[in-house]
Design a protein around this ligand. Structure first.
Ligand SMILES: [Zn+2]
Length: 253
């Protein structure tokens, strides 16, 4: 039996996933049989949807590439565009529909506020999340790295932060969503697009002061909830401006 050593160097913020035993960004694995580079990387705690490029001894390879000898492996995260050209990238940024796990309710709300389609059911189990992801071609958002390592996950992301605003910025950057932001176009409660509604059509559902002070309304085509630019609207606009400014600021660097 031949023993060999694979030395992995994790770039960018992939060190987020490494255990405390890792020395900085370097992990060494001693192996005795040919192993796919994907399995070697995931054995270090890094889920494959987080990996956008792999170099084995300087050569770009795919996830299925087998390692059978001593090797130096460089692993790059998504969104690190300056470092290399596009032909060997393993992830796409062409996904703008998501499914979020039950712990990401506030992130879901923020993304819907910005107009993004996010399937969310607080009670969904792992199987249901993977099913919605695969059937509807959504990217999986979860901080459960084991779930993200599931073989059928093609697109996914684990928010690094525990803060919903920071998570929102992370997702917009990871999937390159900045140009697609369309605030107040989707129901925060049921994820369905809003339609413009004439005041006359919604007036009987409005509170007296709302009837007096507001002229423009939209309505959820799913649950029928009426949206207008009331006092909550200013608060939400402020949150959107903050998110937009943070995304623009960071992507200019
Ligand atoms: Zn609704």
């Amino acid at each position: 039996m031949k023993l060999f050593t694979v030395r992995l160097n994790f770039h960018g913020d992939l060190d987020f996933f490494l255990g405390s035993k890792a020395r900085g960004r370097i992990v060494e694995r001693n192996l005795s049989e040919k192993t796919s580079v994907k399995d070697v990387i995931e054995s270090c705690g890094v889920p494959h949807p987080e990996v956008d490029m792999i170099l084995v001894n300087g050569q770009a390879v795919g996830f299925a590439h087998g390692v059978a000898d001593d090797a130096e492996v460089e692993v790059f995260p998504a969104g690190n565009k300056r470092m290399y050209q596009t032909e060997k990238r393993l992830q796409t940024t062409e996904v703008s529909k998501f499914v979020a796990d039950g712990h990401l309710g506030r992130l879901t709300r923020n993304l819907r506020l910005l107009g993004f389609d996010v399937a969310y059911d607080q009670r969904a189990d792992d199987g249901q999340l993977l099913d919605v992801m695969a059937r509807q071609n959504r990217a999986l958002l979860t901080r459960d790295r084991r779930l993200l390592m599931h073989a059928i996950v093609r697109h996914g992301y684990s928010p690094r932060s525990q803060n919903a605003e920071e998570q929102t910025i992370e997702v917009i950057r990871r999937f390159n969503l900045f140009e697609l932001i369309a605030p107040f176009t989707r129901c925060l409660r049921c994820n369905v697009p809003l339609e413009d509604a004439a005041k006359a059509d919604v007036i009987e559902k409005l509170e007296p002061l709302t009837k007096i002070h507001y002229e423009q309304f939209s309505r959820c085509t799913g649950c029928g909830r009426i949206y207008w630019s009331g006092s909550h609207f200013e608060k939400l606009k402020k949150r959107i401006r903050m998110i937009q400014a943070a995304v623009a600021g960071r992507s200019r660097k």
